[in-house]
Design a protein around this ligand. Structure first.
Ligand SMILES: [Zn+2]
Length: 372
């Protein structure tokens, strides 16, 4: 009898092991390795921001039909305690897969340096690039290329990006820090070709390392993010091992802090145009994945196609009126989107925050590591 029981038990264990193995296999099969990975971040871009731009332009954006899920964006407050994130902790969660304290970039809550997706890419021999409409030492780009206990240590972060990041191309909005003599010297000493005009920048696409400081900021930018992206793609595509590129449209957040609806909408349109540039480059290649997400929502925006629904109205491109409402000038805990092209990860197998509704923001990093 004992023997029969043990045979039955062995059978049950091996069958369930086979099932467990099969389900693991299925999940992994859905994440095939890609040569190139592009992550596009709309700082402060909630789902209503995307809807607002779609309503404003009167068109559905293709990426809102990609494989997708929703993401919680809380940051670390203590063991099992979470709070409203800033862009430093929000960016660090995406770039490193670790929840950290607001104000920290590229370090955990104890202040220990974390490995970023750019470090992982370099270990695999890939080219790396970070582009932003913010200054390059801003919280989101810094999360992908620096380690600091204070996001406000601008000069020190800018120096460390040149001396110890694994990023070949650093592109951001020009300002007093990035034009300072010590930054130009630091760039030269570390093999970066320093460029502060578009023509100069575009001529360096054949170089190993470059530092592009351009006027990319906001609705009056003289260099569009999509234009910088198209040259950045030329810069990284020469690496036969592929590349990882992070592109941030920082101004959805900046305009939403001031409850500037049109500014925020124009920034989402800039992000959409950048997605189009990336998709044109991809064409029919099947070796590239694209992720679009946000570090958090800003403004508590609500928007409607009808002028009746909210207190403030705006004119759509067809001349009719829609309406909107910002409930705050700060960040919110609203979930954000994660849209994926070039892979179909099984999101139900991901780690969730609190309920089964939103994946943790740290899962985006884990997905990127699996992809490359
Ligand atoms: Zn913000």
């Amino acid at each position: 009898m004992k023997k029969i029981l043990s045979v039955i038990l062995t059978f049950v264990v091996s069958v369930s092991a086979a099932f467990a193995f099969a389900s693991c296999q299925d999940v992994n099969d859905e994440i095939k390795k890609v040569k190139n990975l592009i992550i596009i971040i709309g700082d402060g871009m909630g789902l209503e921001h995307i809807k607002a731009a779609e309503i404003y332009e009167g068109e559905d954006y293709g990426f809102t039909n990609w494989h997708q899920t929703t993401v919680n964006t809380d940051s670390y407050l203590g063991e099992n305690y979470y709070t409203l994130t800033d862009s430093a902790a929000g960016g660090t969660a995406i770039a490193t897969g670790t929840l950290t304290v607001n104000g920290y970039v590229g370090v955990n809550h104890k202040g220990e340096e974390l490995s970023t997706i750019m470090d992982v890419a370099k270990q695999k021999g890939k080219a790396t690039a970070v582009l932003t409409t913010d200054t390059i030492y801003g919280a989101t780009p810094a999360s992908f290329s620096a380690h600091a206990l204070n996001r406000g240590n601008s000069g020190a972060i800018a120096v460390s990006q040149l001396t110890s990041s694994n990023v070949d191309l650093l592109c951001g909005t020009i300002d007093g820090i990035t034009t300072a003599g010590y930054i130009k010297e630091c760039a030269a000493e570390n093999g970066y070709v320093y460029c502060d005009s578009p023509d100069q920048a575009w001529s360096t696409v054949g170089e190993e390392k470059a530092y592009w400081q351009l006027d990319l900021a906001g609705v009056n930018a003289t260099v569009e993010l999509c234009e910088a992206t198209s040259y950045a793609l030329e810069f990284v595509e020469k690496d036969e091992d592929g590349f990882v590129m992070m592109i941030e449209q920082a101004h959805v957040d900046k305009y939403s802090h001031g409850n500037d609806f049109i500014g925020a909408v124009c920034s989402v349109i800039s992000l959409k145009n950048t997605v189009q540039t990336v998709m044109d480059w991809i064409g029919d290649r099947d070796d590239t994945a694209v992720l679009i997400t946000a570090d958090h929502e800003t403004g508590g925006l609500a928007v409607s196609d009808s002028e009746e629904d909210y207190p403030r109205s705006f004119e759509k491109s067809n001349g009719q009126l829609g309406s909107y409402f910002f409930s705050t000038g700060d960040h919110t805990r609203s979930y954000v989107g994660l849209f994926v092209y070039g892979a179909k990860p099984n999101f139900s197998a991901f780690e969730f925050y609190a309920s089964n509704s939103y994946i943790k923001n740290t899962e985006t990093y884990k997905l990127m590591v699996k992809l490359i």
